[in-house]
Structure formats: structure tokens, C-alpha cells
Write a protein that binds this ligand. Structure first.
Ligand SMILES: C[S@@+](CC[C@H](N)C(=O)[O-])C[C@H]1O[C@@H](n2cnc3c(N)ncnc32)[C@H](O)[C@@H]1O
Length: 300
């Protein structure tokens, strides 16, 4: 397939299963992202065609290759997740959408490796966790950075998307990591036993779902945390004023880029974390596209 581009527009570099891990965002991809706001109709058309040209991280339909050992397949998928976010063609389950997600991370504060590294060091550097769970791991950035930063920590990344899990596994292998594993799991109801992790974490996850689904995840994270263990999040900013929350909810309605942002504006995530039972809920840092919050499960 050839994209309908004018000669003066940036031409795409073909992305393959081999070069996908090392090819930074290309000028074509940068230009494509800029179209999302300038010319949404053309963006939708081109992004669909572009994604179709990218390599597929596919596998058995029931996800048998990506679930934890002994887990029944297929795992139940919540309804909200079937609606595509970020205008990604086919949503997070499309085996070819991996490249688009991987390169779009250059655009957000806490998907950039240097920021993830800095904040994981600040939060956990004094006492690295024994077992760290990253839910909604996507293409695996937070889990991979954590595994590199803390070589003695056993890191597990989970996501609903089987293609992302396949990508993340291959990426971790190429980076020579042996202390990180990735599985397809629903963070609302995992197969892991109670108190399996002394640190649980998510990066940009709870703003992608209705309020009640986000609360289910927080309850599951509480169950999975050891007494005295820690929770951390790098997720969307919950603004302090109702006016700003309304503005963000309105943006979500108009653009469709973040269909659930209006829901997140109703969640009040720090309050929701405290309501789940975590204590010491602390906001450490905030920028327009995100914030760093940590909390602790009371010791038994
Ligand atoms: C915006 S992406 C963030 C990915 C990654 N944490 C990062 O920062 O690059 C949100 C991710 O959450 C995942 N997700 C949403 N709901 C989930 C659930 N209930 N269980 C596991 N993963 C979920 C999505 O599939 C998607 O990969």
C-alpha cells in the first residue's frame, strides 16, 4: 500500500519487526501526530492506512501465549476497553497498533523513559521493592525501566492487550533483562494471590475508563499489596478547580482523543485511592499532562 501524500510532505520510513525497537519517531510520524489537531479527517484516514502498514504482534486468538501459566483463556475483556482511545485505529487490541503507541510516548511526560527513571528512583531508590507490579503496562516502558533500575526486583507488567505483551516481552529480551515478565491480565481481577507485591504501580491507565472500572482496579491493587507495601501512580492530572475539570471534560467530548477523560474528572483519584484503604496518599509533582502520587497500605 502507498499512502496518498503530496511530494513535499514527509514520506514514511517502513517499520518492520526488526527495526521497530530501535527506530525513534520519524519525521513522517511526527507530522502525522501534528495532523490530529490540524486536520482530524485527514489524520484519521492516514493513520488507519499507516497502522495497516506496520508489523503485527499477533498470536493465538485466545491469548494462550501471553496469559500466566495455568490461567484460563481467553481472559474476560471489560466493555469499556473495546472503545478505541487516542483515535487509535482498532484500539489497543489491534496487533498492528503497537508502533503507534510506542512512538506516541515521546509526547507525554511519564511515558518518556528519563522521567519514569527519575520518579521511580525518587520513590523507591532508598528501599527498592522485592516485587513490583505495573498494571496497564502497554508496550512496557515503566516495567522495563524499573527492571533496569532495580536489578534485584522482580517486575511484572500486565495489560489487557495481547499484542502489547508480545512486544514488551521481545523488547525486554533485546535489552538483556531477565527480571521482568509480562502477562495478559485484567487489572480488575488478576490471578495473583493476595499480598503478592510490595509495590503496585500504574502509568497513564485510570483516565482510560469509567469511574466504576477505575475503582475496581484500585480495589484489586489494594488486595495485591502486602501490608506496609506501596502504591504509586503517574497518571492524568486531576485539576484542583471545578472550572479546569470541566474544561478537560469538554476537550474530551469535542476531540474524542480521550473519550473517558470526563469520567476521570469525576473520579478524584487521590480520594478514591484513600477510600480503597491506602493511607499516606501524597501528591509529589504535577504538570498539565500528569501527576505523581504515592500511598501506602497500612501495616497489619
Ligand atoms: C495509555 S496506555 C498506557 C500504557 C503504559 N502504562 C505507558 O505508560 O506507556 C493505557 C494502558 O492500559 C491498559 N489497560 C486499560 N484497562 C486495563 C485493565 N483493566 N487491565 C489491564 N490493562 C488495562 C490498556 O490496554 C493500555 O495499554
Amino acid at each position: 500500500m502507498v499512502l496518498a501524500l503530496a511530494p513535499h510532505e514527509p514520506q514514511p520510513v517502513p517499520i518492520t519487526r526488526e527495526n521497530i525497537f530501535d527506530t525513534p519517531m520519524t519525521p513522517f510520524e511526527e507530522w502525522l501526530f501534528s495532523l490530529a489537531r490540524q486536520n482530524p479527517a485527514r489524520f484519521r484516514q492516514l493513520v488507519t492506512e499507516w497502522v495497516d502498514m506496520c508489523p503485527a504482534f499477533d498470536g493465538p486468538e485466545d491469548g494462550a501465549d501471553v496469559v500466566p501459566p495455568g490461567c484460563l483463556t481467553p481472559i474476560p475483556i471489560p466493555e469499556y476497553w473495546k472503545i478505541p482511545v487516542h483515535l487509535e485505529p482498532g484500539g489497543f487490541g489491534n496487533p498492528k497498533v503497537v508502533r503507534l503507541s510506542q512512538v506516541s510516548k515521546a509526547q507525554w511526560t511519564f511515558t518518556r523513559e528519563e522521567n519514569v527513571r527519575e520518579w521511580l528512583s525518587r520513590l523507591y531508590g532508598d528501599a527498592p521493592p522485592r516485587r513490583f507490579l505495573d498494571i496497564g503496562t502497554g508496550t512496557g516502558t515503566t516495567a522495563i525501566v524499573c527492571a533496569e533500575l532495580f536489578p534485584e526486583t522482580e517486575v511484572i507488567g500486565i495489560d489487557l492487550s495481547a499484542p502489547y505483551i508480545r512486544f514488551a516481552r521481545e523488547w525486554a529480551k533485546r535489552r538483556g533483562l531477565t527480571n521482568v515478565q509480562f502477562y495478559q491480565q485484567n487489572a480488575q481481577q488478576t490471578v495473583f494471590p493476595d499480598a503478592s507485591f510490595d509495590a503496585v504501580h500504574f502509568t497513564y491507565v485510570l483516565h482510560e475508563m469509567p469511574v466504576e472500572d477505575a475503582r475496581k482496579i484500585l480495589r484489586e491493587l489494594y488486595r495485591l499489596t502486602t501490608p506496609g507495601g506501596r502504591l504509586s501512580m503517574f497518571d492524568g492530572l486531576y485539576p484542583d478547580t471545578e472550572e479546569e475539570r470541566q474544561r478537560k471534560a469538554q476537550f474530551s467530548k469535542i476531540t474524542g482523543i480521550e473519550p473517558y477523560l470526563g469520567e476521570y474528572m469525576k473520579l478524584n483519584v487521590e480520594k478514591a485511592i484513600a477510600e480503597t484503604g491506602f493511607t499516606e496518599v501524597t501528591r509529589h509533582f504535577a504538570v498539565p499532562d500528569g501527576m505523581v502520587v504515592s500511598a501506602r497500605k497500612p501495616a497489619a
